[in-house]
Design a protein. Structure first.
Length: 543
């Protein structure tokens, strides 16, 4: 019988040997692992050197002059003060009206005794508090340290993710470089808002699921194969190939569940990612079973993999989320902490008082979010995010010190236009590649973008801002890098083709870095002339 392999629908021929193996072909561990995993991540020193170099660059851009401006900017007025309050009490307390002046002057100890009503969970504020614990609460470096650290680690993490997805150290470095120099990510890494922490935990969850994808396929390969003997291996029985083996509890999937819980504990906008990533990881398992020749791969993936995936992600994320409210649970006077005692219920009295009180708190916060529609000069509809239609001004002053009478000092959430506009176009390319080739990488990247972007269109009346897009920015960068890989050419491309690809990719990356250098003053609060600031406002909507 012929051993000709048949490429299954849904797997790209560029992924390596991803084939259904006829039962007559012996399953050896090495052969099946190759078919299931595809190309391996690059080895050697470059695998570590390039991501670390990109992280170093990202760290320099995020930490140098981190204490400028030296005052609270934009929504730091909420989250930094909440973080200080949590350091003192374990929950958010109220502040007097002139609290910002005291905080900016290095005297944060003006907390009131009454609790404060807040509408975001505590994880991001605890992370801000960590930097304040290390470097003090009376200086901007201390309250921005955690954001800069997390932004730097995100660069490193994305470089490794891209390495694994594309099997290329160069493309991994390109992903790290683009995130390292992009102004949207730089500004949010230099400002203590919650969104950079949300972005990090979502990227960490995706990274864990990517590792779980490899781990699950290795397990499937081992359990469907045997060590090669003189006859070359063993053939699975018909019963083994009916539904395939049970793969057991998978630690990387558990890690993803914890990361998703921490993302949810930062902002509720993580909810769509929990659903999207859960479906994505089960789809990967179904694909693996089909590639391995399992006959009822869909049902097996749904039952043998899907049920445990649900438990590993959703309940574990919810338990992690509840654990992040420990400070609130341990308090006696946090906001709504005693609501259940003041509102006894015959119907819900069996629920612990703390959980009932927290549920009421969440109902109130959800109502607040639903009605959040006040006008703001820098609000930006989600339609404009991908084309950078309305950047957010975090800070603007007209100080002296630039050599003229008209000076500007700004912190503007403005993505590098070359990176953002190119990434937006790359999404169209990935959509066609997914529909045409069913490449799992295109599907995974589009899933990340869709989970972070599309839900905002459900709330057109809400006041939204461009800086929210940092939650899915790593996936935009991956989309762009995927297309750079197409320009670069695969390992099978001839030398002339690869050389042209390297030149084109190199020119693009150099242009992106040069453009970031041009915009850097308005990302990092450098004092420049008004004319120089105006030169960087390319569109009327940017002013």
């Amino acid at each position: 019988m012929s051993h000709t392999a048949v490429r299954p629908r849904g797997e790209s021929p560029r992924q390596g040997a991803a084939w259904i193996i006829p039962p007559a072909l012996a399953y050896t561990r090495d052969a099946l692992a190759l078919r299931l995993l595809g190309p391996a991540a690059p080895g050697g020193a470059l695998r570590w050197f390039l991501p670390l170099a990109m992280a170093l660059l990202g760290g320099i851009l995020r930490f140098v002059r981190l204490d400028e401006p030296g005052s609270l900017v934009f929504d730091e007025t909420y989250y930094v003060k909440d973080a200080y309050s949590m350091l003192q009490s374990g929950y958010e307390r109220a502040w007097p009206e002139n609290a910002n002046d005291s905080f900016n002057a290095g005297d944060p100890d003006v907390l009131l005794d009454s609790p404060n009503y807040v509408v975001h969970p505590p994880v991001g504020k605890w992370m801000i508090a960590f930097g304040m614990l290390l470097f003090g609460s009376d200086n901007a470096f201390g309250w921005r340290f955690s954001a800069a650290l997390i932004g730097t680690v995100s660069v490193l993490l994305l470089a490794f993710v891209a390495q694994r997805m594309f099997g290329s150290a160069l493309l991994g470095a390109a992903a790290g470089l683009l995130l390292a120099v992009d102004g949207h990510h730089i500004v949010e890494s230099r400002t203590s808002l919650l969104d950079i922490f949300l972005s990090f935990w979502l990227l960490a969850a995706f990274s864990a699921l990517l590792l779980d994808r490899d781990d699950g396929r290795r397990r499937l390969g081992r359990r469907l194969s045997a060590p090669a003997g003189r006859d070359g291996g063993s053939v699975p029985s018909r019963a083994q190939l009916a539904y395939g083996p049970f793969l057991g509890l998978r630690p990387w999937r558990l890690a993803a569940g914890v990361c998703l819980g921490l993302a949810l504990g930062t902002k509720w906008s993580a909810i769509p990612f929990i659903a999207a990533f859960g479906l994505l990881t089960v789809a990967w398992d179904m694909s693996a079973r089909r590639i391995a020749g399992v006959h009822h791969w869909f049902l097996a993936g749904a039952v043998k993999d899907g049920l445990l995936a649900f438990v590993s992600l959703v309940p574990l994320a919810l338990l992690t989320y509840l654990a992040t409210w420990t400070g609130w649970f341990r308090s006696t006077d946090a906001y709504d902490r005693t609501w259940a005692a003041r509102n006894p219920s015959d119907q819900w009295g069996w629920v612990p008082a703390g959980l009932r009180s927290l549920a009421e708190y969440h109902r109130s916060a959800y109502t607040f979010h639903q009605g959040l529609g006040s006008d703001h000069p820098y609000e930006a509809s989600a339609w404009s995010w991908l084309v950078v239609g309305r950047p957010t001004s975090f800070f603007y002053e007209t100080p002296a010190g630039c050599g003229t009478d008209a000076c500007s000092q700004a912190v503007t959430v403005l993505g590098n236009p070359l990176i953002w506009w190119s990434a937006s176009l790359s999404l169209v390319v990935l959509l066609f590649l997914w529909l045409g080739r069913r490449d799992w990488r295109a599907a995974a990247i589009l899933t990340g973008v869709a989970a972070g972007y599309l839900p905002w269109f459900l709330y057109p009346e809400r006041t939204t801002f461009y800086f929210y897009a940092v939650a899915f920015e790593p996936f935009l960068v991956l989309s762009l890098v995927y297309c750079l890989g197409l320009v670069l050419g695969g390992p099978g491309a001839d030398r002339a083709r690869r050389r042209r690809g390297l030149v084109l990719v190199g020119v693009f990356l150099a242009a992106a870095v040069a453009l970031s250098a041009f915009f850097m003053p308005i990302w990092t609060a450098e004092i420049i002339t008004y004319g120089q600031w105006r030169m960087r406002m390319w569109l009327p909507s940017w002013v």
